[in-house]
Ligand binder design. Sequence first.
Ligand code: FCB
Length: 480
Amino acid sequence: MTATDPRPLTTVRQFPPGFLWGAATAAYQIEGAAAEDGRTPSIWDTFSHTPGKVFEGHTGDVAIDHYHRFRDDVRMMADLGLSAYRFSVSWPRVQPTGRGPAVQKGLDFYRRLVDELLAAGIEPVATLYHWDLPQELETAGGWPERATAERFGAYAALVGEALGDRITRWTTLNEPWCTAFLGYGSGVHAPGRTDPVAALRAAHHLNLGHGLAAQALRSAHPAQAKVSISLNLHEIRPLTSSAEDREAARRIDAVGNRVFLGPLLDGAYPEDLLADTAALTDWAFVRDGDTATIGRPLDSLGINYYTPTVVSAVTEGMAKPQDDGHGASEHSPWPGADDVAFHRAPGEPTAMGWAVDPNGLYELLTRVSARYPDLPLLITENGAAYEDEVGADGTVHDPDRIAYVHGHLAAVHRAVADGADVRGYFLWSLMDNFEWAYGYAKRFGAVHVDYTSLARTPKSSAHWYARVARSNELVDPAES
Ligand code: FCB
Protein backbone atom coordinates (compact mmCIF):
# COMPACT_ATOMS: atom_id res chain seq x y z
CA MET A 1 0.00 0.00 0.00
CA THR A 2 1.31 3.42 -0.84
CA ALA A 3 0.69 6.42 1.38
CA THR A 4 -1.68 7.87 -1.20
CA ASP A 5 -3.66 4.67 -1.76
CA PRO A 6 -7.31 5.66 -1.25
CA ARG A 7 -8.68 2.17 -0.63
CA PRO A 8 -9.67 1.21 2.90
CA LEU A 9 -7.09 -0.79 4.78
CA THR A 10 -9.30 -3.85 5.22
CA THR A 11 -9.71 -4.27 1.46
CA VAL A 12 -6.13 -3.45 0.70
CA ARG A 13 -4.71 -6.10 3.03
CA GLN A 14 -6.64 -8.84 1.23
CA PHE A 15 -4.81 -11.03 -1.34
CA PRO A 16 -6.57 -12.15 -4.54
CA PRO A 17 -9.05 -15.02 -4.15
CA GLY A 18 -7.40 -18.42 -4.62
CA PHE A 19 -3.93 -17.05 -3.82
CA LEU A 20 -1.73 -20.03 -2.94
CA TRP A 21 -0.16 -19.95 0.49
CA GLY A 22 2.62 -22.47 0.59
CA ALA A 23 5.95 -23.48 1.98
CA ALA A 24 8.85 -25.01 0.08
CA THR A 25 11.46 -27.68 0.69
CA ALA A 26 13.85 -29.76 -1.43
CA ALA A 27 14.54 -33.49 -1.38
CA TYR A 28 18.22 -33.54 -0.43
CA GLN A 29 17.68 -30.91 2.26
CA ILE A 30 15.01 -32.84 4.16
CA GLU A 31 14.52 -36.47 3.13
CA GLY A 32 17.52 -38.37 4.47
CA ALA A 33 17.20 -42.13 3.78
CA ALA A 34 20.11 -41.62 1.44
CA ALA A 35 20.72 -45.30 0.77
CA GLU A 36 17.20 -46.68 1.16
CA ASP A 37 14.88 -48.36 -1.30
CA GLY A 38 17.36 -48.27 -4.16
CA ARG A 39 18.47 -44.63 -3.97
CA THR A 40 22.05 -44.12 -5.13
CA PRO A 41 24.33 -41.12 -4.52
CA SER A 42 23.67 -37.76 -6.10
CA ILE A 43 26.33 -35.12 -6.64
CA TRP A 44 25.34 -33.63 -3.28
CA ASP A 45 26.05 -36.94 -1.49
CA THR A 46 29.49 -37.02 -3.10
CA PHE A 47 30.15 -33.33 -2.41
CA SER A 48 28.97 -33.36 1.19
CA HIS A 49 31.12 -36.43 1.88
CA THR A 50 34.18 -34.68 0.45
CA PRO A 51 36.17 -33.11 3.31
CA GLY A 52 36.15 -29.33 3.37
CA LYS A 53 33.17 -28.80 1.08
CA VAL A 54 30.34 -28.46 3.61
CA PHE A 55 30.39 -26.80 7.03
CA GLU A 56 31.74 -29.24 9.63
CA GLY A 57 31.31 -32.15 7.24
CA HIS A 58 27.51 -32.14 7.50
CA THR A 59 25.67 -34.36 5.02
CA GLY A 60 22.10 -35.12 3.97
CA ASP A 61 22.40 -38.81 4.94
CA VAL A 62 19.68 -38.43 7.57
CA ALA A 63 18.76 -34.77 7.04
CA ILE A 64 15.51 -34.26 8.95
CA ASP A 65 14.25 -37.75 8.13
CA HIS A 66 11.25 -36.52 6.17
CA TYR A 67 11.31 -39.78 4.19
CA HIS A 68 10.04 -41.58 7.29
CA ARG A 69 8.12 -38.71 8.87
CA PHE A 70 6.26 -37.31 5.88
CA ARG A 71 2.82 -38.17 7.25
CA ASP A 72 3.45 -36.17 10.42
CA ASP A 73 4.93 -33.38 8.34
CA VAL A 74 1.85 -33.20 6.12
CA ARG A 75 -0.37 -33.16 9.20
CA MET A 76 1.67 -30.24 10.49
CA MET A 77 1.25 -28.39 7.17
CA ALA A 78 -2.50 -28.89 7.42
CA ASP A 79 -2.45 -27.54 10.99
CA LEU A 80 -0.64 -24.49 9.61
CA GLY A 81 -3.41 -23.87 7.09
CA LEU A 82 -1.18 -24.20 4.02
CA SER A 83 -2.98 -24.46 0.70
CA ALA A 84 0.07 -25.62 -1.25
CA TYR A 85 3.37 -27.40 -0.67
CA ARG A 86 6.38 -27.19 -2.96
CA PHE A 87 8.74 -30.17 -2.69
CA SER A 88 11.25 -31.75 -5.03
CA VAL A 89 11.51 -35.23 -6.44
CA SER A 90 14.89 -36.83 -5.91
CA TRP A 91 16.15 -38.01 -9.29
CA PRO A 92 18.50 -40.67 -7.80
CA ARG A 93 15.59 -42.03 -5.76
CA VAL A 94 13.31 -42.65 -8.74
CA GLN A 95 15.91 -43.34 -11.44
CA PRO A 96 19.14 -44.15 -9.58
CA THR A 97 21.64 -44.09 -12.40
CA GLY A 98 19.84 -41.40 -14.37
CA ARG A 99 19.00 -43.99 -17.03
CA GLY A 100 16.53 -46.79 -17.59
CA PRO A 101 13.31 -47.67 -15.84
CA ALA A 102 12.01 -46.08 -12.66
CA VAL A 103 12.36 -47.67 -9.25
CA GLN A 104 8.80 -48.22 -8.08
CA LYS A 105 9.66 -47.83 -4.38
CA GLY A 106 11.04 -44.40 -5.11
CA LEU A 107 7.95 -43.36 -7.02
CA ASP A 108 5.75 -44.88 -4.31
CA PHE A 109 7.21 -42.52 -1.76
CA TYR A 110 6.06 -39.53 -3.81
CA ARG A 111 2.70 -41.17 -4.56
CA ARG A 112 2.08 -41.55 -0.83
CA LEU A 113 3.29 -38.03 -0.09
CA VAL A 114 1.04 -36.53 -2.75
CA ASP A 115 -1.95 -38.60 -1.65
CA GLU A 116 -1.49 -37.37 1.92
CA LEU A 117 -1.30 -33.80 0.68
CA LEU A 118 -4.40 -34.11 -1.47
CA ALA A 119 -6.32 -35.75 1.37
CA ALA A 120 -5.37 -32.78 3.55
CA GLY A 121 -6.52 -30.31 0.89
CA ILE A 122 -2.98 -29.14 0.12
CA GLU A 123 -2.00 -28.68 -3.51
CA PRO A 124 1.28 -30.41 -4.41
CA VAL A 125 3.76 -28.40 -6.47
CA ALA A 126 6.55 -30.70 -7.59
CA THR A 127 10.02 -29.60 -8.63
CA LEU A 128 11.78 -32.17 -10.78
CA TYR A 129 15.32 -31.00 -10.11
CA HIS A 130 16.52 -29.27 -7.00
CA TRP A 131 20.24 -29.89 -7.52
CA ASP A 132 20.58 -33.63 -6.83
CA LEU A 133 21.95 -34.96 -10.12
CA PRO A 134 22.58 -38.73 -10.05
CA GLN A 135 26.34 -39.05 -9.52
CA GLU A 136 26.62 -41.40 -12.50
CA LEU A 137 25.45 -38.65 -14.82
CA GLU A 138 28.04 -36.25 -13.42
CA THR A 139 30.70 -38.92 -13.90
CA ALA A 140 29.57 -39.09 -17.53
CA GLY A 141 30.07 -35.31 -17.88
CA GLY A 142 27.18 -33.69 -16.00
CA TRP A 143 25.22 -30.62 -17.11
CA PRO A 144 27.96 -29.30 -19.42
CA GLU A 145 27.05 -32.26 -21.67
CA ARG A 146 23.99 -32.28 -23.92
CA ALA A 147 23.24 -35.90 -23.00
CA THR A 148 22.32 -34.78 -19.47
CA ALA A 149 19.55 -32.55 -20.84
CA GLU A 150 18.24 -35.52 -22.82
CA ARG A 151 18.41 -37.75 -19.74
CA PHE A 152 16.51 -35.11 -17.80
CA GLY A 153 13.75 -35.12 -20.41
CA ALA A 154 13.45 -38.90 -20.12
CA TYR A 155 13.36 -38.70 -16.31
CA ALA A 156 10.61 -36.06 -16.55
CA ALA A 157 8.60 -38.43 -18.73
CA LEU A 158 8.89 -41.19 -16.11
CA VAL A 159 7.80 -38.94 -13.28
CA GLY A 160 5.09 -37.26 -15.33
CA GLU A 161 3.59 -40.59 -16.34
CA ALA A 162 3.71 -41.95 -12.80
CA LEU A 163 2.49 -38.91 -10.90
CA GLY A 164 0.78 -36.67 -13.44
CA ASP A 165 -2.64 -38.00 -12.47
CA ARG A 166 -2.15 -36.50 -9.01
CA ILE A 167 0.09 -33.51 -9.64
CA THR A 168 -0.84 -30.71 -11.99
CA ARG A 169 1.68 -28.00 -11.08
CA TRP A 170 5.25 -28.76 -12.04
CA THR A 171 8.48 -26.87 -11.77
CA THR A 172 11.15 -28.33 -14.01
CA LEU A 173 14.28 -26.81 -12.46
CA ASN A 174 15.04 -24.94 -9.30
CA GLU A 175 17.46 -22.04 -9.76
CA PRO A 176 19.42 -23.28 -12.76
CA TRP A 177 21.73 -20.28 -12.20
CA CYS A 178 23.01 -21.94 -9.02
CA THR A 179 23.41 -25.31 -10.71
CA ALA A 180 25.40 -23.87 -13.60
CA PHE A 181 27.40 -21.08 -12.00
CA LEU A 182 27.88 -22.22 -8.40
CA GLY A 183 28.16 -25.89 -9.36
CA TYR A 184 30.50 -25.52 -12.36
CA GLY A 185 31.83 -21.93 -12.04
CA SER A 186 32.72 -20.96 -8.47
CA GLY A 187 32.52 -24.55 -7.24
CA VAL A 188 30.82 -23.75 -3.93
CA HIS A 189 27.99 -26.15 -4.82
CA ALA A 190 28.13 -29.71 -6.09
CA PRO A 191 29.80 -30.97 -8.20
CA GLY A 192 32.36 -28.30 -7.26
CA ARG A 193 33.90 -27.69 -10.67
CA THR A 194 35.51 -24.33 -11.46
CA ASP A 195 35.42 -23.91 -15.21
CA PRO A 196 33.60 -20.89 -16.68
CA VAL A 197 33.08 -22.57 -20.05
CA ALA A 198 31.58 -25.64 -18.39
CA ALA A 199 29.28 -23.28 -16.46
CA LEU A 200 27.99 -21.64 -19.67
CA ARG A 201 27.53 -25.01 -21.33
CA ALA A 202 25.66 -26.19 -18.22
CA ALA A 203 23.38 -23.13 -18.39
CA HIS A 204 22.38 -23.99 -21.95
CA HIS A 205 21.85 -27.67 -21.22
CA LEU A 206 19.73 -26.78 -18.20
CA ASN A 207 17.60 -24.58 -20.43
CA LEU A 208 17.36 -27.39 -22.97
CA GLY A 209 16.57 -29.89 -20.23
CA HIS A 210 13.76 -27.62 -19.07
CA GLY A 211 12.31 -27.53 -22.59
CA LEU A 212 12.51 -31.30 -23.00
CA ALA A 213 11.01 -31.88 -19.57
CA ALA A 214 8.17 -29.43 -20.25
CA GLN A 215 7.31 -31.35 -23.43
CA ALA A 216 7.46 -34.68 -21.61
CA LEU A 217 5.21 -33.50 -18.77
CA ARG A 218 2.67 -32.10 -21.19
CA SER A 219 2.59 -35.17 -23.36
CA ALA A 220 2.16 -37.41 -20.30
CA HIS A 221 -0.95 -35.48 -19.17
CA PRO A 222 -1.91 -32.98 -21.86
CA ALA A 223 -5.13 -31.86 -20.27
CA GLN A 224 -3.75 -30.92 -16.91
CA ALA A 225 0.01 -30.43 -16.70
CA LYS A 226 0.92 -26.84 -15.82
CA VAL A 227 4.62 -26.21 -16.29
CA SER A 228 6.83 -23.66 -14.60
CA ILE A 229 10.51 -23.09 -13.81
CA SER A 230 11.89 -21.38 -10.70
CA LEU A 231 14.58 -18.78 -11.31
CA ASN A 232 16.53 -16.90 -8.68
CA LEU A 233 16.30 -13.69 -10.64
CA HIS A 234 18.86 -11.21 -9.40
CA GLU A 235 17.47 -7.80 -8.56
CA ILE A 236 20.51 -5.83 -9.67
CA ARG A 237 21.33 -2.33 -8.58
CA PRO A 238 24.25 -0.29 -9.87
CA LEU A 239 26.12 1.29 -6.94
CA THR A 240 26.00 4.71 -8.62
CA SER A 241 24.36 5.99 -11.77
CA SER A 242 27.74 6.24 -13.54
CA ALA A 243 27.98 4.69 -17.00
CA GLU A 244 30.60 2.23 -15.68
CA ASP A 245 28.38 1.00 -12.85
CA ARG A 246 25.38 0.68 -15.16
CA GLU A 247 27.54 -1.34 -17.54
CA ALA A 248 28.47 -3.62 -14.60
CA ALA A 249 24.75 -4.06 -13.86
CA ARG A 250 24.05 -4.89 -17.49
CA ARG A 251 26.70 -7.62 -17.50
CA ILE A 252 25.37 -9.24 -14.34
CA ASP A 253 21.82 -9.01 -15.65
CA ALA A 254 22.98 -10.82 -18.82
CA VAL A 255 24.77 -13.72 -17.12
CA GLY A 256 22.56 -13.75 -14.03
CA ASN A 257 19.06 -13.34 -15.50
CA ARG A 258 18.79 -13.06 -19.27
CA VAL A 259 20.87 -16.21 -19.85
CA PHE A 260 17.63 -17.95 -18.80
CA LEU A 261 14.92 -15.39 -19.58
CA GLY A 262 16.27 -14.91 -23.11
CA PRO A 263 15.75 -18.42 -24.48
CA LEU A 264 12.77 -19.11 -22.21
CA LEU A 265 10.76 -16.01 -22.98
CA ASP A 266 12.44 -13.86 -25.64
CA GLY A 267 13.23 -16.56 -28.22
CA ALA A 268 17.04 -16.25 -28.16
CA TYR A 269 20.15 -15.83 -26.05
CA PRO A 270 20.87 -12.12 -25.61
CA GLU A 271 23.40 -10.73 -28.08
CA ASP A 272 25.21 -8.83 -25.33
CA LEU A 273 25.73 -12.05 -23.33
CA LEU A 274 27.24 -13.73 -26.38
CA ALA A 275 29.54 -10.73 -26.84
CA ASP A 276 30.53 -10.57 -23.14
CA THR A 277 31.52 -14.25 -23.18
CA ALA A 278 32.99 -14.40 -26.71
CA ALA A 279 36.54 -14.83 -25.40
CA LEU A 280 35.41 -17.99 -23.58
CA THR A 281 33.11 -19.69 -26.09
CA ASP A 282 31.40 -19.29 -29.44
CA TRP A 283 28.25 -20.96 -28.02
CA ALA A 284 28.41 -23.61 -30.77
CA PHE A 285 26.82 -26.00 -28.26
CA VAL A 286 23.50 -24.24 -28.97
CA ARG A 287 22.07 -26.24 -31.88
CA ASP A 288 19.39 -25.37 -34.40
CA GLY A 289 15.99 -25.82 -32.87
CA ASP A 290 17.18 -25.62 -29.24
CA THR A 291 15.71 -22.19 -28.55
CA ALA A 292 12.36 -23.31 -30.00
CA THR A 293 12.40 -26.29 -27.62
CA ILE A 294 13.31 -24.09 -24.67
CA GLY A 295 10.87 -21.33 -25.54
CA ARG A 296 7.58 -23.23 -25.56
CA PRO A 297 5.07 -21.20 -23.51
CA LEU A 298 5.23 -21.49 -19.74
CA ASP A 299 2.08 -21.67 -17.61
CA SER A 300 3.75 -19.56 -14.95
CA LEU A 301 7.18 -18.33 -13.89
CA GLY A 302 8.53 -19.12 -10.43
CA ILE A 303 10.61 -16.40 -8.82
CA ASN A 304 12.89 -17.00 -5.83
CA TYR A 305 13.99 -13.82 -4.08
CA TYR A 306 16.01 -13.17 -0.93
CA THR A 307 18.05 -9.96 -1.33
CA PRO A 308 19.19 -7.53 -4.03
CA THR A 309 22.59 -7.57 -5.76
CA VAL A 310 24.57 -4.30 -5.71
CA VAL A 311 27.32 -3.98 -8.31
CA SER A 312 29.84 -1.48 -9.60
CA ALA A 313 32.78 -1.38 -11.95
CA VAL A 314 36.03 -2.53 -10.35
CA THR A 315 38.11 0.45 -9.34
CA GLU A 316 41.72 0.57 -8.21
CA GLY A 317 42.52 -0.94 -4.87
CA MET A 318 39.31 -2.96 -4.58
CA ALA A 319 39.76 -6.35 -2.93
CA LYS A 320 39.22 -9.46 -5.07
CA PRO A 321 37.51 -11.90 -4.90
CA GLN A 322 34.44 -10.28 -3.47
CA ASP A 323 31.46 -11.33 -1.51
CA ASP A 324 28.53 -11.56 -3.89
CA GLY A 325 26.45 -13.36 -1.26
CA HIS A 326 26.84 -16.72 -2.99
CA GLY A 327 29.69 -18.15 -0.90
CA ALA A 328 33.44 -17.62 -0.82
CA SER A 329 35.51 -18.90 -3.73
CA GLU A 330 38.65 -17.89 -5.60
CA HIS A 331 36.69 -18.62 -8.76
CA SER A 332 34.00 -16.28 -10.00
CA PRO A 333 30.53 -17.57 -10.78
CA TRP A 334 30.08 -14.72 -13.29
CA PRO A 335 31.74 -15.59 -16.65
CA GLY A 336 32.38 -12.57 -18.81
CA ALA A 337 32.00 -10.17 -15.89
CA ASP A 338 35.51 -10.02 -14.43
CA ASP A 339 35.38 -6.25 -14.16
CA VAL A 340 32.36 -6.23 -11.89
CA ALA A 341 32.58 -5.62 -8.14
CA PHE A 342 29.92 -6.66 -5.61
CA HIS A 343 28.84 -4.61 -2.61
CA ARG A 344 26.78 -5.23 0.48
CA ALA A 345 23.26 -3.96 -0.02
CA PRO A 346 22.00 -1.59 2.65
CA GLY A 347 19.54 -3.13 5.08
CA GLU A 348 19.84 -5.33 8.16
CA PRO A 349 21.68 -8.57 7.39
CA THR A 350 20.08 -11.95 8.09
CA ALA A 351 22.18 -14.84 9.44
CA MET A 352 23.29 -15.43 5.82
CA GLY A 353 24.62 -11.86 5.69
CA TRP A 354 21.93 -11.03 3.09
CA ALA A 355 20.41 -7.55 3.46
CA VAL A 356 16.70 -7.39 4.16
CA ASP A 357 15.20 -5.40 1.30
CA PRO A 358 11.53 -6.08 0.52
CA ASN A 359 11.47 -3.28 -2.01
CA GLY A 360 13.76 -5.39 -4.17
CA LEU A 361 10.97 -7.95 -4.45
CA TYR A 362 8.45 -5.26 -5.35
CA GLU A 363 10.75 -3.94 -8.06
CA LEU A 364 11.49 -7.40 -9.41
CA LEU A 365 7.82 -8.38 -9.62
CA THR A 366 6.70 -5.16 -11.25
CA ARG A 367 9.57 -5.21 -13.75
CA VAL A 368 9.06 -8.85 -14.75
CA SER A 369 5.32 -8.44 -15.02
CA ALA A 370 5.66 -5.28 -17.15
CA ARG A 371 8.07 -7.14 -19.45
CA TYR A 372 5.97 -10.34 -19.65
CA PRO A 373 2.41 -9.16 -18.93
CA ASP A 374 0.66 -12.41 -19.85
CA LEU A 375 2.79 -14.63 -17.66
CA PRO A 376 1.40 -15.47 -14.21
CA LEU A 377 4.05 -15.33 -11.48
CA LEU A 378 4.55 -17.45 -8.40
CA ILE A 379 6.97 -16.60 -5.64
CA THR A 380 8.41 -20.07 -5.19
CA GLU A 381 10.91 -19.09 -2.47
CA ASN A 382 11.34 -16.22 -0.05
CA GLY A 383 12.43 -16.31 3.56
CA ALA A 384 15.30 -15.77 5.96
CA ALA A 385 17.77 -17.53 8.24
CA TYR A 386 18.12 -16.28 11.79
CA GLU A 387 19.86 -17.61 14.86
CA ASP A 388 16.76 -18.97 16.50
CA GLU A 389 16.89 -20.06 20.10
CA VAL A 390 14.66 -22.47 21.91
CA GLY A 391 13.21 -20.86 25.02
CA ALA A 392 13.14 -22.50 28.45
CA ASP A 393 9.50 -23.41 27.82
CA GLY A 394 10.40 -25.10 24.52
CA THR A 395 8.95 -22.41 22.27
CA VAL A 396 10.87 -20.55 19.56
CA HIS A 397 10.19 -16.85 19.09
CA ASP A 398 11.45 -15.48 15.81
CA PRO A 399 10.18 -11.92 15.46
CA ASP A 400 12.91 -11.12 12.90
CA ARG A 401 11.58 -13.79 10.56
CA ILE A 402 8.02 -12.55 11.01
CA ALA A 403 9.18 -9.02 10.20
CA TYR A 404 11.04 -10.29 7.14
CA VAL A 405 8.08 -12.23 5.77
CA HIS A 406 5.62 -9.48 6.64
CA GLY A 407 7.74 -6.90 4.81
CA HIS A 408 8.06 -9.10 1.74
CA LEU A 409 4.36 -9.97 1.69
CA ALA A 410 3.57 -6.25 1.89
CA ALA A 411 5.83 -5.83 -1.16
CA VAL A 412 4.01 -8.64 -2.97
CA HIS A 413 0.70 -7.07 -2.06
CA ARG A 414 1.80 -3.72 -3.41
CA ALA A 415 3.02 -5.33 -6.65
CA VAL A 416 -0.34 -7.08 -7.05
CA ALA A 417 -2.18 -3.82 -6.40
CA ASP A 418 -0.02 -2.26 -9.11
CA GLY A 419 -0.98 -4.94 -11.62
CA ALA A 420 1.50 -7.81 -11.19
CA ASP A 421 -0.23 -11.16 -11.74
CA VAL A 422 1.17 -13.00 -8.70
CA ARG A 423 -0.71 -16.21 -7.93
CA GLY A 424 0.98 -17.47 -4.80
CA TYR A 425 3.77 -17.31 -2.24
CA PHE A 426 5.92 -20.15 -0.93
CA LEU A 427 7.88 -19.55 2.22
CA TRP A 428 11.41 -20.94 2.29
CA SER A 429 11.31 -23.05 4.24
CA LEU A 430 8.72 -25.17 5.95
CA MET A 431 11.29 -26.65 8.34
CA ASP A 432 14.93 -26.07 9.28
CA ASN A 433 17.06 -28.23 7.00
CA PHE A 434 20.40 -28.90 5.30
CA GLU A 435 21.41 -25.53 3.89
CA TRP A 436 23.85 -26.79 1.24
CA ALA A 437 27.45 -25.67 1.89
CA TYR A 438 26.36 -24.23 5.26
CA GLY A 439 25.13 -27.61 6.46
CA TYR A 440 22.72 -27.39 9.38
CA ALA A 441 24.23 -24.12 10.60
CA LYS A 442 21.61 -21.86 8.99
CA ARG A 443 17.99 -22.19 9.99
CA PHE A 444 15.41 -21.03 7.45
CA GLY A 445 12.41 -22.95 8.81
CA ALA A 446 9.11 -21.66 10.08
CA VAL A 447 9.25 -24.91 12.01
CA HIS A 448 12.23 -25.56 14.27
CA VAL A 449 13.96 -28.93 14.04
CA ASP A 450 16.01 -30.31 16.91
CA TYR A 451 18.85 -32.03 15.09
CA THR A 452 19.32 -34.60 17.87
CA SER A 453 15.75 -35.75 18.41
CA LEU A 454 14.48 -34.49 15.02
CA ALA A 455 11.46 -33.10 16.88
CA ARG A 456 9.54 -30.41 14.99
CA THR A 457 8.33 -27.29 16.82
CA PRO A 458 6.48 -24.55 14.94
CA LYS A 459 8.15 -21.19 15.65
CA SER A 460 6.05 -18.08 16.23
CA SER A 461 6.53 -17.26 12.53
CA ALA A 462 4.71 -20.50 11.64
CA HIS A 463 1.75 -19.53 13.82
CA TRP A 464 1.71 -16.05 12.34
CA TYR A 465 2.00 -17.37 8.77
CA ALA A 466 -0.87 -19.79 9.46
CA ARG A 467 -3.07 -16.79 10.25
CA VAL A 468 -2.04 -15.14 7.00
CA ALA A 469 -2.75 -18.33 5.04
CA ARG A 470 -6.14 -18.88 6.68
CA SER A 471 -7.35 -15.29 6.32
CA ASN A 472 -5.74 -14.61 2.92
CA GLU A 473 -4.65 -11.27 4.25
CA LEU A 474 -1.58 -9.56 5.60
CA VAL A 475 -1.78 -10.02 9.35
CA ASP A 476 0.01 -7.40 11.44
CA PRO A 477 3.18 -8.78 13.08
CA ALA A 478 1.94 -7.38 16.37
CA GLU A 479 -0.86 -9.93 16.18
CA SER A 480 1.55 -12.84 16.34
C1 FCB B 1 17.87 -21.13 -2.52
C2 FCB B 1 17.68 -22.62 -2.68
C3 FCB B 1 17.07 -23.29 -1.48
C4 FCB B 1 17.63 -22.71 -0.20
C5 FCB B 1 17.53 -21.21 -0.19
C6 FCB B 1 18.00 -20.56 1.08
O1 FCB B 1 18.88 -20.70 -3.37
O2 FCB B 1 16.86 -22.89 -3.79
O3 FCB B 1 17.28 -24.67 -1.58
O4 FCB B 1 18.90 -23.16 0.01
O5 FCB B 1 18.25 -20.69 -1.27
